[in-house]
Ligand binder design. Structure first.
Ligand SMILES: C[S@@+](CC[C@H](N)C(=O)[O-])C[C@H]1O[C@@H](n2cnc3c(N)ncnc32)[C@H](O)[C@@H]1O
Length: 363
Protein backbone atom coordinates (compact mmCIF):
# COMPACT_ATOMS: atom_id res chain seq x y z
CA UNK A 1 0.00 0.00 0.00
CA UNK A 2 1.33 3.46 -0.91
CA UNK A 3 2.65 5.55 1.97
CA UNK A 4 3.68 9.14 2.52
CA UNK A 5 6.62 9.99 4.76
CA UNK A 6 8.13 13.31 5.85
CA UNK A 7 11.85 13.94 6.08
CA UNK A 8 13.64 17.29 6.38
CA UNK A 9 11.24 19.70 4.70
CA UNK A 10 9.96 17.30 2.05
CA UNK A 11 7.13 14.78 1.73
CA UNK A 12 7.90 11.58 -0.13
CA UNK A 13 5.50 9.10 -1.63
CA UNK A 14 6.62 5.47 -1.34
CA UNK A 15 5.13 2.47 -3.08
CA UNK A 16 4.97 0.75 0.29
CA UNK A 17 6.61 1.56 3.61
CA UNK A 18 7.03 -1.93 4.99
CA UNK A 19 8.11 -3.68 1.84
CA UNK A 20 10.98 -1.37 0.97
CA UNK A 21 12.49 -0.03 4.15
CA UNK A 22 15.91 -1.14 5.36
CA UNK A 23 19.11 -2.35 3.75
CA UNK A 24 18.97 -5.41 1.56
CA UNK A 25 15.53 -4.54 0.12
CA UNK A 26 15.64 -3.60 -3.51
CA UNK A 27 12.17 -2.65 -4.59
CA UNK A 28 10.58 0.19 -6.49
CA UNK A 29 11.24 3.46 -4.75
CA UNK A 30 13.66 2.00 -2.19
CA UNK A 31 13.62 4.06 1.01
CA UNK A 32 15.61 3.51 4.18
CA UNK A 33 14.41 5.72 7.06
CA UNK A 34 17.53 5.03 9.15
CA UNK A 35 19.54 7.07 6.62
CA UNK A 36 17.74 10.34 7.41
CA UNK A 37 20.78 11.67 9.29
CA UNK A 38 22.99 10.83 6.28
CA UNK A 39 20.69 12.73 3.95
CA UNK A 40 20.72 15.64 6.44
CA UNK A 41 24.49 15.58 6.04
CA UNK A 42 24.16 15.50 2.23
CA UNK A 43 22.00 18.63 2.40
CA UNK A 44 24.52 20.42 4.65
CA UNK A 45 27.41 19.38 2.39
CA UNK A 46 25.56 20.54 -0.74
CA UNK A 47 24.81 23.88 0.96
CA UNK A 48 28.57 24.21 1.47
CA UNK A 49 29.20 23.25 -2.17
CA UNK A 50 26.60 25.79 -3.35
CA UNK A 51 28.29 28.54 -1.31
CA UNK A 52 31.53 27.59 -3.06
CA UNK A 53 29.84 28.10 -6.43
CA UNK A 54 28.32 24.68 -7.28
CA UNK A 55 25.16 25.13 -9.35
CA UNK A 56 24.40 21.89 -11.22
CA UNK A 57 23.63 18.91 -8.97
CA UNK A 58 23.04 15.27 -9.92
CA UNK A 59 21.35 12.66 -7.73
CA UNK A 60 22.47 9.84 -10.03
CA UNK A 61 20.79 6.80 -8.40
CA UNK A 62 17.61 8.25 -7.02
CA UNK A 63 15.08 5.53 -6.00
CA UNK A 64 12.28 7.79 -4.60
CA UNK A 65 14.27 10.93 -5.45
CA UNK A 66 14.43 11.93 -1.79
CA UNK A 67 18.09 13.03 -1.80
CA UNK A 68 17.81 15.21 -4.89
CA UNK A 69 14.43 16.63 -3.83
CA UNK A 70 15.86 17.59 -0.43
CA UNK A 71 18.81 19.28 -2.20
CA UNK A 72 16.41 21.20 -4.47
CA UNK A 73 14.14 22.24 -1.59
CA UNK A 74 16.59 22.74 1.28
CA UNK A 75 19.78 24.03 -0.37
CA UNK A 76 18.51 26.64 -2.77
CA UNK A 77 15.58 27.19 -5.09
CA UNK A 78 17.85 28.50 -7.83
CA UNK A 79 20.00 25.42 -8.30
CA UNK A 80 19.74 23.09 -11.26
CA UNK A 81 19.03 19.63 -9.84
CA UNK A 82 18.79 16.48 -11.99
CA UNK A 83 17.33 13.37 -10.37
CA UNK A 84 18.03 10.18 -12.26
CA UNK A 85 16.56 6.71 -11.86
CA UNK A 86 16.79 3.84 -14.36
CA UNK A 87 13.93 1.66 -13.11
CA UNK A 88 10.72 2.86 -14.85
CA UNK A 89 8.40 2.40 -11.83
CA UNK A 90 10.84 4.26 -9.56
CA UNK A 91 11.27 7.01 -12.15
CA UNK A 92 7.46 7.48 -12.14
CA UNK A 93 7.66 7.84 -8.36
CA UNK A 94 10.47 10.42 -8.68
CA UNK A 95 8.28 12.48 -11.02
CA UNK A 96 5.34 12.33 -8.58
CA UNK A 97 7.58 13.31 -5.67
CA UNK A 98 9.02 16.29 -7.56
CA UNK A 99 5.46 17.47 -8.31
CA UNK A 100 4.31 16.82 -4.74
CA UNK A 101 7.08 19.03 -3.34
CA UNK A 102 6.78 21.67 -6.07
CA UNK A 103 10.55 21.83 -6.48
CA UNK A 104 12.52 22.99 -9.49
CA UNK A 105 14.17 19.66 -10.34
CA UNK A 106 14.29 17.48 -13.45
CA UNK A 107 13.46 13.75 -13.36
CA UNK A 108 15.58 11.67 -15.72
CA UNK A 109 15.20 8.03 -16.72
CA UNK A 110 18.68 6.95 -17.88
CA UNK A 111 21.22 4.36 -17.04
CA UNK A 112 23.56 6.54 -14.95
CA UNK A 113 26.51 5.39 -17.05
CA UNK A 114 24.88 6.86 -20.18
CA UNK A 115 23.83 10.09 -18.48
CA UNK A 116 27.40 10.68 -17.31
CA UNK A 117 28.48 10.86 -20.97
CA UNK A 118 25.97 13.60 -21.73
CA UNK A 119 26.24 16.39 -19.20
CA UNK A 120 28.77 17.91 -16.79
CA UNK A 121 27.92 18.64 -13.15
CA UNK A 122 29.31 20.56 -10.17
CA UNK A 123 28.08 17.89 -7.73
CA UNK A 124 27.51 14.19 -8.44
CA UNK A 125 26.01 11.72 -5.96
CA UNK A 126 26.49 8.00 -6.57
CA UNK A 127 24.49 6.00 -4.02
CA UNK A 128 24.25 2.42 -5.33
CA UNK A 129 23.19 -0.92 -3.93
CA UNK A 130 26.54 -2.56 -3.24
CA UNK A 131 29.74 -1.34 -4.84
CA UNK A 132 30.18 1.94 -6.77
CA UNK A 133 33.03 0.39 -8.80
CA UNK A 134 30.93 -0.27 -11.96
CA UNK A 135 30.03 3.43 -12.20
CA UNK A 136 33.44 5.03 -11.71
CA UNK A 137 34.90 4.47 -15.21
CA UNK A 138 31.95 6.42 -16.67
CA UNK A 139 32.31 9.34 -14.33
CA UNK A 140 35.08 11.36 -15.89
CA UNK A 141 33.27 12.89 -18.86
CA UNK A 142 30.75 14.39 -16.44
CA UNK A 143 33.41 16.21 -14.45
CA UNK A 144 34.18 19.90 -14.71
CA UNK A 145 37.52 21.43 -13.71
CA UNK A 146 36.30 21.00 -10.15
CA UNK A 147 33.39 18.72 -9.29
CA UNK A 148 32.20 17.60 -5.88
CA UNK A 149 31.73 13.84 -5.81
CA UNK A 150 29.95 11.74 -3.21
CA UNK A 151 30.18 7.97 -3.34
CA UNK A 152 28.50 5.34 -1.16
CA UNK A 153 29.54 1.69 -0.91
CA UNK A 154 27.40 -0.89 0.89
CA UNK A 155 29.69 -3.84 0.14
CA UNK A 156 31.27 -3.39 3.56
CA UNK A 157 31.95 -7.11 4.09
CA UNK A 158 34.12 -7.00 0.96
CA UNK A 159 35.97 -3.82 1.94
CA UNK A 160 36.45 -5.04 5.54
CA UNK A 161 38.13 -8.26 4.46
CA UNK A 162 35.35 -10.82 5.00
CA UNK A 163 35.43 -11.43 1.24
CA UNK A 164 39.15 -10.89 0.68
CA UNK A 165 39.30 -12.24 -2.87
CA UNK A 166 36.32 -10.10 -3.92
CA UNK A 167 38.06 -7.01 -2.52
CA UNK A 168 41.23 -7.83 -4.43
CA UNK A 169 39.22 -8.39 -7.64
CA UNK A 170 36.96 -5.32 -7.34
CA UNK A 171 39.20 -2.75 -5.67
CA UNK A 172 42.60 -4.25 -6.53
CA UNK A 173 43.47 -3.87 -2.88
CA UNK A 174 44.25 -6.19 0.02
CA UNK A 175 41.77 -5.65 2.86
CA UNK A 176 42.29 -6.07 6.58
CA UNK A 177 40.04 -8.36 8.63
CA UNK A 178 39.22 -7.74 12.27
CA UNK A 179 41.18 -4.97 14.01
CA UNK A 180 40.87 -1.50 12.43
CA UNK A 181 39.17 -3.11 9.40
CA UNK A 182 36.40 -0.47 9.17
CA UNK A 183 38.85 2.38 8.72
CA UNK A 184 40.99 0.26 6.38
CA UNK A 185 37.85 -0.45 4.30
CA UNK A 186 36.91 3.23 4.12
CA UNK A 187 40.48 4.03 3.11
CA UNK A 188 40.49 1.30 0.42
CA UNK A 189 37.36 2.84 -1.10
CA UNK A 190 38.83 6.36 -0.95
CA UNK A 191 42.19 5.21 -2.31
CA UNK A 192 40.46 3.34 -5.13
CA UNK A 193 38.60 6.50 -6.23
CA UNK A 194 41.89 8.45 -6.11
CA UNK A 195 43.71 5.79 -8.16
CA UNK A 196 40.97 5.71 -10.81
CA UNK A 197 40.97 9.51 -10.91
CA UNK A 198 44.75 9.74 -11.30
CA UNK A 199 44.65 7.50 -14.37
CA UNK A 200 42.14 9.90 -15.94
CA UNK A 201 44.16 13.03 -15.06
CA UNK A 202 42.17 14.07 -11.98
CA UNK A 203 43.09 14.47 -8.35
CA UNK A 204 40.59 13.27 -5.75
CA UNK A 205 40.61 14.68 -2.22
CA UNK A 206 38.23 13.41 0.46
CA UNK A 207 36.58 16.23 2.40
CA UNK A 208 34.57 14.07 4.75
CA UNK A 209 34.45 10.26 4.88
CA UNK A 210 32.73 7.94 7.31
CA UNK A 211 30.97 4.69 8.00
CA UNK A 212 27.63 4.09 9.62
CA UNK A 213 25.39 1.04 9.87
CA UNK A 214 25.92 -0.92 6.65
CA UNK A 215 27.78 1.53 4.40
CA UNK A 216 30.78 3.74 3.71
CA UNK A 217 30.32 7.24 2.27
CA UNK A 218 33.01 9.55 0.92
CA UNK A 219 32.44 13.22 0.10
CA UNK A 220 35.25 14.71 -1.91
CA UNK A 221 36.50 16.97 -4.65
CA UNK A 222 37.67 15.96 -8.14
CA UNK A 223 40.16 18.43 -9.60
CA UNK A 224 41.37 18.25 -13.18
CA UNK A 225 45.14 18.21 -13.87
CA UNK A 226 48.27 16.10 -13.64
CA UNK A 227 49.54 18.09 -10.65
CA UNK A 228 46.32 17.45 -8.73
CA UNK A 229 46.45 13.78 -9.71
CA UNK A 230 50.04 13.40 -8.49
CA UNK A 231 49.28 15.26 -5.29
CA UNK A 232 46.37 13.00 -4.43
CA UNK A 233 48.31 9.84 -5.39
CA UNK A 234 50.98 10.87 -2.88
CA UNK A 235 48.33 10.05 -0.22
CA UNK A 236 47.86 6.49 -1.45
CA UNK A 237 50.01 3.84 0.24
CA UNK A 238 50.00 0.82 2.52
CA UNK A 239 49.33 -0.19 6.11
CA UNK A 240 51.95 -2.13 8.02
CA UNK A 241 52.49 -3.11 11.64
CA UNK A 242 55.66 -2.05 13.40
CA UNK A 243 55.28 -0.96 17.00
CA UNK A 244 51.60 -0.23 16.19
CA UNK A 245 49.61 0.58 13.03
CA UNK A 246 51.80 2.58 10.63
CA UNK A 247 51.48 3.73 7.01
CA UNK A 248 53.95 3.57 4.17
CA UNK A 249 54.13 5.44 0.83
CA UNK A 250 53.07 3.58 -2.31
CA UNK A 251 56.48 3.53 -3.98
CA UNK A 252 58.74 2.38 -1.15
CA UNK A 253 57.56 -0.06 1.46
CA UNK A 254 58.59 0.81 4.99
CA UNK A 255 57.45 -2.52 6.36
CA UNK A 256 55.65 -5.64 5.22
CA UNK A 257 52.32 -4.37 3.78
CA UNK A 258 49.29 -5.73 5.65
CA UNK A 259 46.66 -3.92 3.56
CA UNK A 260 46.46 -1.58 0.60
CA UNK A 261 46.87 0.26 -1.60
CA UNK A 262 44.64 2.64 0.34
CA UNK A 263 44.26 6.31 1.25
CA UNK A 264 46.78 7.20 3.99
CA UNK A 265 46.10 10.97 4.04
CA UNK A 266 43.44 12.85 6.01
CA UNK A 267 39.83 11.70 5.55
CA UNK A 268 38.33 15.05 6.54
CA UNK A 269 38.96 18.70 5.70
CA UNK A 270 38.64 20.76 8.89
CA UNK A 271 37.52 23.97 7.16
CA UNK A 272 34.75 22.11 5.29
CA UNK A 273 33.73 20.35 8.51
CA UNK A 274 33.51 23.65 10.31
CA UNK A 275 31.32 25.11 7.56
CA UNK A 276 29.03 22.06 7.63
CA UNK A 277 28.79 22.22 11.41
CA UNK A 278 27.67 25.87 11.20
CA UNK A 279 25.14 24.88 8.55
CA UNK A 280 23.69 22.02 10.65
CA UNK A 281 23.46 24.34 13.69
CA UNK A 282 21.10 26.66 11.82
CA UNK A 283 18.77 23.92 10.57
CA UNK A 284 15.72 22.33 12.13
CA UNK A 285 16.47 18.59 11.98
CA UNK A 286 14.96 15.66 13.85
CA UNK A 287 18.35 14.03 14.38
CA UNK A 288 20.41 17.17 14.83
CA UNK A 289 22.07 16.09 18.07
CA UNK A 290 23.19 12.76 16.61
CA UNK A 291 24.56 14.50 13.52
CA UNK A 292 26.43 17.12 15.58
CA UNK A 293 27.99 14.30 17.62
CA UNK A 294 29.14 12.58 14.43
CA UNK A 295 30.64 15.84 13.14
CA UNK A 296 32.40 16.34 16.46
CA UNK A 297 34.01 12.90 16.06
CA UNK A 298 35.21 13.87 12.57
CA UNK A 299 36.80 17.02 14.00
CA UNK A 300 38.65 15.00 16.59
CA UNK A 301 39.82 12.44 14.01
CA UNK A 302 40.93 15.07 11.53
CA UNK A 303 44.21 15.75 13.33
CA UNK A 304 44.89 12.21 14.58
CA UNK A 305 46.94 9.49 12.84
CA UNK A 306 45.29 6.94 10.53
CA UNK A 307 43.84 3.70 11.99
CA UNK A 308 42.56 2.88 15.44
CA UNK A 309 42.81 0.40 18.32
CA UNK A 310 39.87 -1.16 20.14
CA UNK A 311 40.18 -1.24 23.90
CA UNK A 312 38.01 -4.39 24.21
CA UNK A 313 40.43 -6.35 21.95
CA UNK A 314 43.49 -5.10 23.81
CA UNK A 315 41.90 -5.98 27.16
CA UNK A 316 41.18 -9.48 25.81
CA UNK A 317 44.74 -9.84 24.53
CA UNK A 318 46.16 -8.62 27.88
CA UNK A 319 43.62 -10.77 29.83
CA UNK A 320 42.58 -7.80 31.87
CA UNK A 321 39.60 -5.49 32.23
CA UNK A 322 39.09 -2.42 30.05
CA UNK A 323 40.22 0.88 31.57
CA UNK A 324 37.85 3.81 31.05
CA UNK A 325 38.33 5.49 27.66
CA UNK A 326 38.95 8.85 29.38
CA UNK A 327 41.75 7.25 31.44
CA UNK A 328 43.44 5.71 28.38
CA UNK A 329 43.38 9.02 26.51
CA UNK A 330 44.57 11.08 29.49
CA UNK A 331 47.46 8.67 30.18
CA UNK A 332 48.58 8.72 26.55
CA UNK A 333 48.41 12.51 26.37
CA UNK A 334 50.30 12.78 29.69
CA UNK A 335 53.11 10.79 28.10
CA UNK A 336 53.23 13.24 25.20
CA UNK A 337 51.36 11.22 22.56
CA UNK A 338 48.43 12.23 20.42
CA UNK A 339 45.23 10.43 21.41
CA UNK A 340 41.50 10.72 20.79
CA UNK A 341 38.30 8.83 20.07
CA UNK A 342 36.83 8.24 16.62
CA UNK A 343 33.48 7.37 15.04
CA UNK A 344 34.41 3.84 13.94
CA UNK A 345 33.43 2.20 17.24
CA UNK A 346 32.54 3.40 20.76
CA UNK A 347 35.51 1.34 21.91
CA UNK A 348 38.01 2.75 19.43
CA UNK A 349 40.78 5.28 19.93
CA UNK A 350 43.58 6.66 17.80
CA UNK A 351 47.09 7.36 18.95
CA UNK A 352 50.66 7.58 17.69
CA UNK A 353 51.97 5.83 20.82
CA UNK A 354 53.93 2.58 20.38
CA UNK A 355 51.85 -0.53 21.07
CA UNK A 356 53.86 -1.48 24.19
CA UNK A 357 52.96 1.89 25.72
CA UNK A 358 49.30 1.30 24.85
CA UNK A 359 49.25 -2.20 26.37
CA UNK A 360 51.07 -0.96 29.49
CA UNK A 361 47.90 1.02 30.30
CA UNK A 362 45.92 -2.25 30.46
CA UNK A 363 47.80 -3.63 33.49
C1 LIG B 1 20.37 2.50 -3.03
S1 LIG B 1 19.16 3.06 -4.12
C2 LIG B 1 19.29 4.82 -4.00
C3 LIG B 1 18.80 5.38 -2.70
C4 LIG B 1 18.59 6.88 -2.70
N1 LIG B 1 19.74 7.61 -3.20
C5 LIG B 1 18.22 7.37 -1.29
O1 LIG B 1 18.92 8.23 -0.72
O2 LIG B 1 17.19 6.90 -0.77
C6 LIG B 1 19.87 2.77 -5.72
C7 LIG B 1 18.92 3.10 -6.87
O3 LIG B 1 19.70 3.09 -8.08
C8 LIG B 1 18.90 2.57 -9.14
N2 LIG B 1 19.84 2.10 -10.20
C9 LIG B 1 20.59 0.96 -10.18
N3 LIG B 1 21.39 0.92 -11.26
C10 LIG B 1 21.17 2.05 -11.97
C11 LIG B 1 21.74 2.61 -13.14
N4 LIG B 1 22.69 1.95 -13.83
N5 LIG B 1 21.31 3.81 -13.57
C12 LIG B 1 20.36 4.50 -12.87
N6 LIG B 1 19.76 4.02 -11.75
C13 LIG B 1 20.17 2.81 -11.29
C14 LIG B 1 18.08 1.48 -8.47
O4 LIG B 1 16.90 1.20 -9.23
C15 LIG B 1 17.79 2.10 -7.10
O5 LIG B 1 16.55 2.77 -7.11
Amino acid sequence: MAALIEEGSVKILLKSLHEYRGPGRRGTGFYNPTLEIDRDLTVAFCAHAAREGAYTFLDGLAATGIRGIRIAKEVGENLEVDINERKPESYELVKKNIALNEVKARALNHDLRTLLQQKKYDYIDIDPYGSPVPFLPYLFRALKKRTYLTVTATDTATLCGVWRRTCIRKYQAIPLKGETSKEAGLRILTGYIARQAAGEGYGFTPLLAYTRSHFFRVYGMMKRGVKAAEESLSHVGWIYWDDGWRTSPFQHFLGEPRAGPLWIGPLHDEAVLYDIQQEVETRKLKKKEELMKLLQYFHEEAHLPPLYYESSSIAKECRTSQPKMATILAELKDRGYEAGTCHFSPDAFKTDAPYEIITSLFG
